[in-house]
Design a protein. Structure first.
Length: 345
């Protein structure tokens, strides 16, 4: 069903451009579009990583560099496509809300739920450095949102910070290895790699083709759901879209917890949050200005900042995230979801 979207909130029920609110058939179509979009994005992102990593290995690029660049960017590709697609179509609330909501979900859910299975250690090598950098990035992001809009030069600065972060990560990891410390190969988690150049190219092509298709479906479904529920697309971006793009990290963390391997969870969440801001917002701002809805910088940015700061005591005191703390984190996220749907700036 074709639909002409409008961006003003609330959506006028009398408008000929808006579909009938709470029409069950239309709502189910939008839910299907959103789910299908997420599924295509996840598959396409996996193909992209497989193909790019396989080609990079064939070209002799070191695994450390591949892990910190290609794998990191590839796993963030779904979020990037959604934010970029939303921004180009005038849905800035989804573009920014996706990153803010995803960072909140990463901390409260991706760390909270695995902690119910096994306590998460927080004193890993380099955790304090990365946590401090995440706080710095969060502050820079908040200032960019307050300045309005997040423009080209903001994107340049964010990407410059990303290069600094990657360079520091490479230097620190090499130094750890030089000291004889065991560092896990970042490519161990990338399955389905191939030595066949043609097959690797095919994976890469499927990823590049599938990502924009999945992004289009996801955005159309998200905006349609917002209209049907009579809420702004910003709320949907902060909650449904953000949680959907955090699902891969959550599934990975839960599987690791069931196997008794939760030691990398903190580092993965911190790295993901840094990438969400620097790579996704930075790249999107280079292409089109991002306008942050008032409700995000009046409420949701502060929730993200408080959630990020809450990790510091665990990291610096090397205290594990235990089951009671994990449960508290999940309850905080449920409370945030409730507030997100009821808060209006």
């Amino acid at each position: 069903m074709d639909r002409a979207y409008i961006t003003d909130y609330p959506f006028p029920q009398h408008s000929a451009l808006a579909p009938p609110h709470r029409d069950p058939l239309v709502f189910m179509q939008d839910v299907f579009l959103l789910i299908a979009g997420f599924a295509i994005l996840l598959l396409a992102g996996d193909f992209l990583v497989r193909g790019a990593v396989s080609l990079a290995e064939q070209l002799g690029i070191p695994s450390l560099v591949i892990g910190l660049t290609i794998v990191a960017f590839g796993t963030s590709a779904p979020e990037l496509v959604i934010s970029l697609n939303a921004a180009l179509n005038g849905f800035g609330g989804i573009a920014v809300g996706n990153v803010v909501g995803s960072n909140i979900a990463n901390i409260l859910v991706v760390l909270g739920m695995p902690a119910l299975i096994k306590a998460i250690p927080c004193g890993g090598a380099g955790s304090s450095r990365s946590a401090v950098f995440m706080i710095v990035v969060t502050v820079v992001f908040m200032l960019s949102c307050f300045m309005q809009p997040i423009a080209f030069w903001n994107g340049v600065f964010l990407l410059a910070l990303l290069i600094l972060f990657l360079g520091d990560s490479v230097y620190y990891t090499k130094r750890q290895r030089a000291q004889g410390l065991e560092i896990e190969d970042p490519l161990d988690e990338v399955e389905g790699r191939t030595n066949n150049m043609w097959l690797a190219g095919g994976f890469l092509a499927l990823g590049l083709i599938g990502l924009p298709i999945g992004g289009k479906f996801a955005i159309d479904g998200a905006v349609g759901i917002a209209q049907s529920l009579d809420v702004s697309e910003t709320v949907i971006g902060l909650t449904i879209v953000a949680f959907g793009t955090s699902l891969p990290e959550l599934v990975t963390a839960l599987i690791a917890a069931r196997k008794g391997h939760t030691e990398l969870a903190m580092g993965n969440v911190i790295g993901s949050n840094v990438f969400n801001v620097l790579a996704i917002i930075g790249t999107t701002a280079l292409i089109t200005p991002l306008h942050t809805p008032e409700r995000i910088y009046a409420f949701d940015l502060w929730v993200m900042a408080i959630s990020s700061l809450a990790l510091l005591p665990f990291v610096f005191m090397c205290k594990p995230i235990s089951r009671p703390i994990g449960l508290a984190m999940i309850l905080c996220y449920v409370t945030y979801l409730y507030a997100a749907f009821h808060f209006e700036a």
